[in-house]
Ligand binder design. Structure first.
Ligand code: PEP
Length: 222
């Protein structure tokens, strides 16, 4: 199982140092990825992999407010999130997402590419068509690709998608590619055990339940 923590806009340099130290001392070989805010990235040696929540597809240059590969490389980071619904909601288009994917691929970075439908698409039963379109944007054969299925209606709501819904979507996705598949959307220490047993589920992407390190450790150990 892969346990990925999206800390979003939470944690400072100081609090993430404590977070990383506590999490490291609790880990025992589990596969854990943590995505802190840029300015909280640490140069400490942890037992988990740090990744970035965002980047601009450049090495460096005149892109005010953006972070490029030169800055990411300095931390030795090779894992990136792309396509999170909160970034899409801020205006990241398919064109930009493709540019980010292609750039990350050219760097040989590990990519967690997020896809997921909104509640209207879910209710009208067109999830698979919608996800297929989102996947057309990327190279599904890329060897360092992980795909995270994150229904928007389950993110941050405290209501995870049901085991049946997740199973159906992951089965569909596994018919389209060989990439490891994650589920994300209100995963917590109570539902992780059921979710982890879903066929084709290689791990989880966790938001809210990862922000408190003790909570995240409980989830991993559950
Ligand atoms: C996320 O935003 O990637 C996420 C899964 O959030 P949450 O766990 O809070 O639903």
């Amino acid at each position: 199982m892969i346990y990925a923590a999206n800390l979003k806009c939470n944690h400072t340099r100081k609090s993430f140092k404590e977070y990383g130290t506590k999490l490291s001392s609790a880990l025992n070989g589990e596969s854990v990825l943590v995505f802190p805010p840029f300015c909280a990235l640490s140069e400490d040696k942890f037992k988990f992999t740090q990744g970035v929540q965002n980047f601009y597809p450049c090495d460096n240059g005149s892109f005010t407010g953006e972070i490029g590969a030169d800055m990411i490389d300095e931390f030795g980071i090779t894992t990136v999130l792309i396509g999170h619904s909160e970034r899409r909601a801020l205006g990241e288009s398919d064109v930009l997402l493709k540019a980010k994917f292609d750039f990350a691929k050219s760097k040989n970075w590990d990519i967690i590419y997020c896809i997921g439908e909104d509640d209207i698409t879910h209710m009208n039963g067109s999830t698979k068509e919608f996800l297929s379109e989102q996947l057309e944007n990327i190279d599904l054969e890329y060897e360092n690709l992980i795909i995270a299925y994150e229904p928007i209606w389950a993110i941050g709501t405290g209501k995870s998608a049901s085991v049946e819904v997740i199973s159906g979507v992951l089965e569909f996705m596994s018919s389209k590619c060989n990439a490891p598949l994650l589920y994300g959307g209100s995963v917590n220490e109570k539902n992780i055990s059921d979710i982890s047993q879903i066929p084709n589920c290689d791990g989880v992407l966790v938001g809210t339940a990862s922000w408190d390190v003790e909570n995240f450790i409980k989830l991993i150990k559950a």
